[in-house]
Design a protein around this ligand. Structure first.
Ligand code: 5AD
Ligand code: SF4
Length: 469
């Protein structure tokens, strides 16, 4: 994986029909595209489960769908533009086949509420992230020509009892949402408005889902939340309370053959207990995605990140002291309100210090309704944002190449997750540090197998090696 820029990020990627597993035998068909973060992809799997019960099976063919859904992202303006373009394409399709219903789900549905349905008439159904249970009813209503909208946010909904239908059918790795929403209110971020207040899922239901996945043959689970380190749950009956580190250990103890990952950590909340859990359990992957956002304490304050660069640096020092081989990546925003050249330089210094293996890097995009939009001027000119973004990308490319080069000569345990995109003669997989490793197929190894791979070459985004028997 190459370092990601604004347009092709985890927030900009799209799970399309190509990657979706086909479901047959249902009287009606739905087609779904998912944009944005992993939470959104997992939400689409919850939506699939709800729709299956309402007799809709997933299709890869847009033309044969009775219901077309877009699960959307609002994090940057660019993401919303992409989705709008897609909606106008669907409108053309609907003109050819008027019985097709088009629905918008997720963050953009929540943010825009009635606009896309009533004013722009681009969709028939609008459903926010906490209202997916009402989707079958809204589809029925829309089928009768009524408005199908529910954008109510909830303080309780975690979809705990819904078993997600795995759409991206590798059968190797699965996401498990452990919480929803976010209480942090970073000043640039629209998520607290679109996904609501933080709520945690009962740990027993998380454990049940992880155990079932392992029994079905899955080899890796990723625990998902906007801020996993603030996970906590008290069982009312037993009064047992568990925090994120304890949850991580519980899931890891299901089996040493089940890899456990998590995303996303927050620098203010990641505890030594979490870092020690990674150190102590081989199957908790040595990889932390720790969004930095900026290396300037002044900007971090304006962003309401509630930590300073010194705090962040100490967290990284602790991680590296306890887990010297830990993979580390970050999110970085460039050109936030009032960012000076000096602030920008501080970000470059911080990146060098942390020596990230990979980063997701973005130019600041003002979002309606956020604190920053209301209180600060978006005053860094686009040309400056772009130039600074280019500089951080170039630095990250250099840091990635240095990090990957250091792995030459090492042997890693790799979980095979599929065929290399470049050659059918090669497998690809990831090591504990989350680096992608490509190697020639050998023996009867297949996706889901763990193999030891000796690294002999690299690019800035991939390690190349050979299997050691
Ligand atoms: N502009 C640019 N990037 C943003 N992010 C969140 N909001 C914005 C915004 N308004 C980035 C942050 C966050 C990641 C998920 O997306 O870096 O960590
Ligand atoms: Fe947005 Fe901050 Fe919450 Fe992340 S932690 S979702 S950046 S408000």
């Amino acid at each position: 994986m190459l370092n990601k820029t604004i347009d092709e990020t985890k927030q900009g990627t799209c799970l399309t029909a190509d990657t979706i597993v086909l479901q047959t035998g249902y009287p009606q068909k739905f087609y779904i595209e998912s944009y944005g973060c992993s939470m959104n992809f997992n939400d689409s799997e919850i939506v699939a489960s709800i729709l299956n019960k309402a007799n809709f099976g997933v299709t890869k063919e847009l033309e044969e769908a009775d219901l077309i859904l877009l699960n959307t992202c609002s994090i940057r303006e660019k993401a919303e533009q992409t989705i709008r373009k897609r909606l106008t394409e669907f409108r053309k399709l609907k003109m050819r086949k008027p019985s097709t219903l088009v629905g918008i789900l997720g963050c953009m549905a929540e943010r825009m509420k009635t606009t896309l349905l009533e004013e722009e008439k681009l969709v028939d159904i609008v459903v926010g992230p906490d209202a997916y249970r009402s989707l079958p009813m809204l589809v029925k209503q829309a089928g009768h020509g009524q408005k199908g909208i529910n954008v109510l946010l909830s303080r309780e909904e975690t979809y705990s009892d819904i078993a997600p239908v795995r759409l991206d059918n590798t059968g190797v790795s699965a996401y498990i949402s452990i919480m929803r929403g976010c209480n942090n209110m970073c000043s640039f971020c629209v998520v607290p408005f679109t996904r609501g207040r933080e709520r945690c899922r009962h740990f027993q239901s998380i454990m049940h889902e992880a155990e079932q996945l392992f029994q079905q043959g899955y080899k890796e689970v990723t625990l998902l939340g906007q801020n996993v380190d603030s996970y906590h749950y008290t069982d009312e009956a037993t009064q047992e309370t568990i925090n994120f580190a304890q949850l991580l250990v519980k899931v890891a103890m299901i089996s040493p053959l089940l890899r456990v990952r998590f995303s996303t950590s927050h620098p203010k909340d990641i505890t030594n207990e979490v870092i020690q859990a990674i150190q102590q359990y081989d199957n908790i992957c040595s990889y932390i995605h720790l969004p930095l956002q900026s290396g300037s304490t002044r900007i971090l304050e304006k962003m309401n990140r509630t930590y300073s660069w010194e705090w962040y640096k100490e967290r990284v020092d602790t991680i590296k002291a306890l887990i010297p081989d830990c993979g580390l990546s970050a999110d970085i925003i460039t050109g936030f309100c009032s960012e000076t050249e000096e602030d920008h330089q501080a970000t470059l210094v911080a990146m060098r210090y942390c020596a990230y293996d990979m980063s997701y890097m973005f130019a600041y995009s003002e979002r309606p309704g956020t604190y920053a939009q209301k209180k600060f001027a978006d005053d860094v000119p686009d040309t400056v944002k772009k130039r600074r973004l280019q500089e951080i990308i170039e630095l990250q490319n250099q840091l990635s190449l240095e990090s990957y080069s250091k792995d030459i000569g090492k042997t890693f345990s790799v979980l095979i997750d599929g065929e290399s995109k470049r050659s059918v003669a090669d497998w690809k997989g990831r090591n504990s540090q989350n680096k992608t490793i490509v190697f020639p197929k050998k023996n009867n190894y297949k996706p889901g197998d763990f193999v030891n791979v000796l690294i002999h070459d690299c690019t800035q985004g991939t390690l190349l090696g050979t299997v050691q028997d």
